[in-house]
Design a protein around this ligand. Structure first.
Ligand SMILES: NC(=O)c1ccc[n+]([C@@H]2O[C@H](COP(=O)([O-])OP(=O)(O)OC[C@H]3O[C@@H](n4cnc5c(N)ncnc54)[C@H](O)[C@@H]3O)[C@@H](O)[C@H]2O)c1
Length: 250
């Protein structure tokens, strides 16, 4: 039976890159996204390489998270890897954020991961599976107006550690990846919101000692490795993938 991965937020950006990487290696892939049409488009594309299923729903809704895991297991018979990638960025300082803004940020980026993991863990136990959480360099450093996002991503590192400890005995490994700037629709939306897109892009590029912004593939390669047998002694860790941006002091 084929190994199976469930990727949240896989219709676009980093999640889509992760789905591609696993499908190329023959994994069956469940594409779970709030964008139903985007999820089906992505699944259709993946079917050229491997079996793929699209599931529409919100990671922050308990019933949707549960349904996503159940549909994956019903379709493919097993679950080996869960990649918690879905995320949004709600901008604002604590002074400016409304309670609804705060809740929206936490609901997707933190509660969503909790809900997905709680549903997936009983299935992952059977295979000695793996969870990969997509956090951010925002877990370690801050930019202006990122209070809720920074809090959610920092919390995700804590959740990763706690799950690695609690479920290591069940054979489940749990790790986090902290991307720097990655070229995705999320980054495009942010650039479009700025007065001078080209100048901002030039500045962002200059933050990276390696001389470029990251791609979804850069993150996908690491996610695939962390989920693989080659990483069987790696759990509870956080991998920063940012072209040396943070060590350069950005
Ligand atoms: N792009 C970056 O520079 C960057 C850097 C660090 C971390 N990240 C993190 O990587 C992850 C992916 O980011 P991206 O840049 O690919 O974003 P993106 O906006 O380009 O794509 C995110 C995908 O998640 C889906 N999604 C959003 N909310 C959802 C929900 N509630 N339930 C299910 N699906 C949902 C969207 O429909 C979309 O398909 C996020 O967790 C983000 O915080 C991104």
């Amino acid at each position: 039976m084929r190994h199976t991965v469930l990727v949240t937020g896989a219709a676009a950006g980093i999640g889509a890159g992760i789905a591609d990487r696993f499908a190329e290696t023959g994994f069956a892939v469940a594409v779970f996204d709030i964008d139903a049409a985007g999820a089906e488009r992505k699944a259709e594309e993946l079917r050229r390489n491997a079996p793929a299923l699209s599931i529409a729903g919100d990671v922050g809704r308990e019933e949707d998270a549960k349904r996503a895991v159940e549909a994956t297991v019903a379709e493919f018979g097993r679950l080996d890897v869960l990649v918690n990638n879905a995320g949004i960025e709600v901008a604002g300082s604590v002074k400016d954020l409304t309670t609804a803004d705060w809740d929206r940020q936490m609901n997707v980026n933190l509660r969503g991961v909790f809900l997905m993991c709680r549903s997936a863990i009983p299935h992952l136990c059977r295979q000695g599976g793996s969870i990969v959480n997509i956090a951010s360099v925002h877990a370690f450093l801050s930019w202006p107006d990122s209070a809720a996002y920074d809090a959610a991503k920092s919390g995700l590192i804590g959740l990763t550690r706690a799950m690695a400890l609690d479920h290591g005995g069940d054979g489940i490994r749990v790790n986090a990846i902290c991307p720097g700037y990655i070229q995705t629709p999320l980054m495009d939306r942010w650039l479009d919101s700025l007065p001078d897109r080209e100048e901002a892009l030039r500045q962002v590029r200059s933050f990276h000692p390696v001389g470029r912004i990251g791609t979804p593939r850069d993150i996908a390669e690491a996610a695939f490795f962390l989920a693989s047998e080659g990483a069987s002694f790696i759990s509870g860790t956080t991998l920063v993938i940012d072209g040396a941006m943070t060590v350069a002091g950005r």
